[in-house]
Design a protein around this ligand. Structure first.
Ligand code: CTP
Ligand code: MG
Length: 166
């Protein structure tokens, strides 16, 4: 899951500048995504996710890590891109509910990246998904994700990278 976990904090670290929606409003008069979704955050996050995945692919070949899932360039790209597309889709629906940028939206805020990453895998690489992600692994992901999300956001808040600790 590293290629899916790394993009969000890197987006928070590197984000800013032109928002993906270019400031445009949806027909409900609210922003498409809002100022919290920027091109720089998107690209930096995806690149960081792919970089960590490339490291995993290298390490898999260099050390005996055969007990771990075997990443491929495709799985890494889908995990990384999916994580931030899930985050982006979450923000779209968040704005439709009238929640401002940075507002709390429990469950959705924590699982958006898992939903996005797994949806992309399901569509573009189901063979990898079903062979490498076992049911116990999936259950671990569901338990660990909100914990990691909370911890990284508290750290991000303490480092003044994030405006809110969630
Ligand atoms: N970020 C970014 N581009 C992205 C995703 C995130 O620039 N595609 C940066 C923004 O600075 C954002 C921060 O990372 O404020 C934290 O991300 P997140 O919590 O997902 O955004 P929020 O500001 O909470 O916005 P939203 O309410 O839409 O989730
Ligand atoms: Mg947020």
């Amino acid at each position: 899951m590293l290629p899916a976990y790394v993009p969000n904090p890197i987006a928070a670290l590197c984000g800013g500048g032109t928002p993906i929606d270019g400031g445009k409003m949806y027909k409900d008069g609210r922003r498409f995504f809002g100022d919290g979704k920027t091109w720089r955050g998107l690209f930096a996050g995806i690149m960081a996710g792919i970089a960590i995945g490339a490291l995993q692919i290298w390490a898999y070949g260099a050390y005996d890590l055969s007990m771990l899932p075997k990443q491929t360039l495709l799985s890494v790209a889908l995990l990384s891109v999916g994580a931030l597309l899930g985050d982006l889709a979450k923000s779209f629906f968040k704005r439709r509910l009238g929640k401002e940028r940075g507002a709390k939206w429990p469950i959705a805020d924590q699982y958006d990246l898992v939903a996005g990453a797994f949806l992309l895998l399901l569509v573009f690489n189901p063979a990898w998904l079903f062979s490498e992600v076992t049911l116990p692994a999936f259950i671990c992901i569901l338990i660990l994700t909100p914990l990691l999300h909370r911890i990284t956001n508290i750290i991000g808040y303490a480092l003044k990278v994030k405006e809110v600790p969630w």
